[in-house]
Design a protein around this ligand. Structure first.
Ligand SMILES: [Zn+2]
Length: 218
């Protein structure tokens, strides 16, 4: 978690490149860049970053990887490791897609440009839903799986207007529809579960859907 303004001043470029920067609000990145300048690091991109106003978050996200590389710290290694972890979680969710007949939705771990604060499930055509359930570096594997599942479900619903997965018992019940505010995944004692949004119960652990528990395409 963010540990305060004084902590920001102590984040070194090599720590930033290793992913610590995720814990620092983007608004404070220009100030951090200014600190690095004061410590003797110098480059055009770093000066540009230091000159940004607190509200210029998009520019800061784009500039930070460039600025880090320009002073000799490449964030790519840590980013690649993070993306591999996200893909492993998405592969578990893919198994549930496949077993329910939705295997045509191949999901891969993708990140918007610039600094990869969050990784999302991305469909083959590049579409994804960034409304929620992004995967972040600080998450443990169980949390990553929960968010991978939410990201897949949210993307298929947002991009294709298809609800997935749907409980086999309540999915065709016309008397029940979405319960307000209920997500399709939930954390139950630290384990990611698919959640029936119509009757409010666990369907199956993520990665363990079957044709008997979830509605399956013919
Ligand atoms: Zn149900």
């Amino acid at each position: 978690m963010f540990k305060g303004i004084r902590y920001v001043g102590r984040v070194r470029p090599e720590q930033a490149a290793a992913g610590v920067l995720d814990e620092v609000p983007v608004d404070l990145w220009p100030r951090l860049a200014a600190r690095w300048l004061a410590k003797g690091f110098d480059s055009g991109p770093l000066r540009q970053l230091a000159a940004l106003q607190p509200g210029e978050a998009h520019a800061a996200l784009d500039l930070m990887p460039v600025a880090l590389r320009s002073i000799g710290f490449d964030p790519a290694v840590a980013d690649d490791q993070f993306v591999v972890r996200c893909q492993a979680a998405l592969d578990v969710v893919q198994r549930d897609l496949d077993v329910t007949g939705f295997g045509r939705y191949r999901v891969h771990a993708g990140r918007p440009g610039g600094w990869p604060v969050m990784v999302f499930a991305v469909l083959p055509d590049g579409s994804y839903w960034s409304g929620a359930w992004g995967m972040t570096r600080q998450m443990n594997d169980a949390e990553l799986l929960l968010h991978a599942a939410g990201s897949v479900s949210g993307t298929i619903e947002d991009v294709h207007e298809i609800e997935w997965p749907v409980c086999a018992v309540h999915g065709d019940d016309p008397a029940t529809r979405y319960l307000d505010g209920m997500e399709s995944v939930d954390d139950i004692d630290g384990v990611a579960w698919w959640w029936c949004t119509r009757a409010g119960h666990g369907i199956a652990q993520v990665g363990r859907l079957t044709g008997g528990t979830a509605r399956t395409l013919c």
